[in-house]
Design a protein around this ligand. Sequence first.
Ligand code: DGL
Length: 271
Amino acid sequence: MRQAIAILDSGVGGLTVAKEVMRQLPQEEIVYFGDTGRAPYGPRAADEVLRFTEQIVDYLLQFNPKMIVIACNTATAIALHHIRSQVDIPVVGVIQPGSRAAIKATKTGFIGVIGTENTIASGAYPRSLLAINPNARVVSLACPSLVPIVEKRMYRSEEAGQAVWKSLQPLLGSPIDCLILGCTHYPFLAPIISKVLGPRVAIISSADETAREISTILHHRGQLEQSGAVPVHRFFCSGDPGTFQAIALEWLGEQIKVSPVFWQMTRLSGS
Ligand code: DGL
């Protein structure tokens, strides 16, 4: 029976990964959950992010997916190891793929990382980068104002330009030659980020490398979709489906159907 790849994020950010999966693996079906009703995760307590991630994984498991992709840096930093220990299908995060892509791209070894407060505070990127190349120099910066702009679908607004410019001030004049977009929402702002930092700083999104990792794992497990049938993707969100749908149309270039999910405030099994 056909099995989908489950992708989750706090909101629309994971669409940046979903788009790359659709491009690299056009036969695969996706079941996506965006927790838009509870985004942003960046300023939330770690145990809350862990609980929300568990809850979404629980929800997605009902579709019998062949893999779970935590397309959220914040949830990856906090919950990846825990979720891996809870399920018996592969679970992929976005921090290692993003780190690999940056190590590949940098010429000087000076790598910038921007992310949510939680992701930056976790130190997950420096750890992952230095594990690959101990000589890398990492400059980390939290940019808490950016996710709400993307969730509100204001990524092309003047306000977005100002917020990016203000957020990135500490990086201007730093010797980095590449910048990891350590939050899956940030690729929506990539043109502005690139304009602020100039052509000498390569912008790295983890989406590419994450899709490659998914492809490699499925290939090794003999689970790449072979049926040739047109994939049917399913999208769920816990907030306003209209905004999600409009952002998805702009980002994916296709009309999708989004089903709203209303969280019950009951305790989760096992939590
Ligand atoms: N897109 C997510 C990330 O990569 C979450 C951002 C948020 O909800 O604060 O970190």
